[in-house]
Write a protein that binds this ligand. Structure first.
Ligand code: GLN
Length: 393
């Protein structure tokens, strides 16, 4: 198979500075601009195109612990006629930067269109390599995740750092930044229709008129495209609405709450609207941020994990059974099991640290997972969550 090389290689130094003063020096292989964000580590061995385009990474500097990154390049950045990315998880890279040990300037894959470095440059996202990602990860595990900055050049002689605006990760409503701004209706036949929020209540969707499909409202907190693909494959119409839209006014058969970036405590408008839906009986399912918002709507509270779960091999057990699943995860917050109301119970528990991995209502068809059953990237073991949800509609 043909090997390709980065179009332009520079050996410009780049520096990562953590909030506790630790400095890691490496080299730039992406766009050269300073950035700041919460430094988090992901232990998956593959999946950088999917992870970088996962909107849940907004505001974060992504450290990959697998040492060799970039060797299979980047797939085509194409979109289907309905606007869903063919290979990615959204329209663009959402992570603020990527930090790796060994960047492969050569890449080879049947579906590769360009190198990781060229993609980062095109999307103006910094990448640094030559970092001791083991030492960095050990630091984050001991201290917990922390804010960090990447500057191009040395810390003392850096380029453009004066322009750097540092936001406090916890207090930013990242969901509002990444959620859709209009309502988009998708059909399983591959068509879609967009309508502005003001038109939504009157005209509804002409493409739905002659269809006898179940309608799923998808509350978009920063949805990964594979969630939409997984729903459409099960022959339902998906009505994707902005995170703070009061979907209770729409005609629908079930509610799906997506993944999303940042602190769930910044999403009160969504919690209020979900709480209204809890008084009804229509099926509700959530993923990751969706698990957290559903739990909050049911009265539970959320806390921040020391360093989160970001990998493809997180083991979870379905409560009350001996069934265990290997799951794909990307989260920094967790539902506090002890605060679940009387009507709720944990559905899955993480076998590494005993934290909540999903909840279910004791009598109504409401359930969710903290892990990612849509995977992409990661293991497909738990895709049955989508079957369960669509069977209930
Ligand atoms: N992937 C997600 O939905 C993440 C949810 C939330 N932002 C967290 O970090 O816990």
């Amino acid at each position: 198979m043909t090997q390709h090389t980065d179009s332009m290689q520079t050996n410009r130094t780049a520096t990562l500075m953590l909030d506790d003063g630790t400095v890691f020096r490496g080299y730039s292989f992406g766009y050269e601009r300073p950035v700041a964000g919460e430094v988090v580590f992901n232990t998956a061995m593959t999946g950088y195109p999917e992870s970088l385009t996962d909107p849940s990474y907004a505001g974060q500097l992504m450290v990959l612990t697998y040492p060799l990154v970039g060797n299979y390049g980047v797939p085509p950045r194409t979109f289907e006629p309905n606007g869903i990315a063919t290979f990615m998880e959204s329209e663009k890279i959402h992570a603020e930067a990527i930090i790796v040990s060994d960047y492969s300037h050569e890449y080879s894959h049947w579906n590769a269109e360009c190198s990781l470095g060229d993609w980062l440059k095109e999307e103006k996202i910094p990448g640094i390599y030559g970092i001791d990602t083991r030492a960095l990860t050990k630091k984050l595990r001991e201290h917990g995740v922390m804010m960090g900055r990447i500057v191009i050049g040395d810390a003392d002689n850096e380029i453009g750092n004066g322009e750097l605006k540092i936001e406090d990760y916890e207090h930013v409503n990242y969901v509002d930044r990444v959620s859709c701004k209009e309502i988009i209706c998708y059909l399983p036949d591959g068509t879609s229709q967009t309508c502005s929020l003001s038109e939504a209540s009157d005209s509804r969707f002409s493409i739905l008129n002659s269809q006898f499909l179940k309608r799923v409202v998808l509350l978009d907190c920063g949805v990964k495209h594979n969630i939409i693909r997984c729903l459409l494959r099960r022959n339902v119409a998906v009505i994707r609405v902005p995170w703070d839209y009061d979907f209770n006014q729409l005609e629908y058969d079930g509610l799906f709450i997506s993944n999303g970036p940042g602190d769930p405590d910044t999403c009160d408008a969504a919690v209020r609207n979900i709480r209204k839906a809890l008084s009804g009986d229509k099926p509700i399912c959530g993923i990751c941020m969706g698990n957290q918002l559903l739990a909050k709507a049911g009265g539970a509270s959320i806390y921040k994990l020391k360093y989160g779960h970001r990998s493809h091999n997180q083991p979870v057990r379905m409560v009350g059974t001996e069934k265990c699943f290997i799951t794909s995860q990307n989260h920094g917050y967790a539902v506090d099991n002890d605060t679940l109301g009387e009507e709720w119970e944990p559905l899955f528990i993480n076998m590494n640290d005993g934290t909540n991995e999903g909840i279910k209502h004791k009598t109504k068809p409401f359930f969710s997972s903290q892990f990612h059953p849509e995977a992409c990237s990661g293991p497909l073991d738990t895709e049955f969550m989508f079957d369960k949800f669509t069977e209930l509609l």
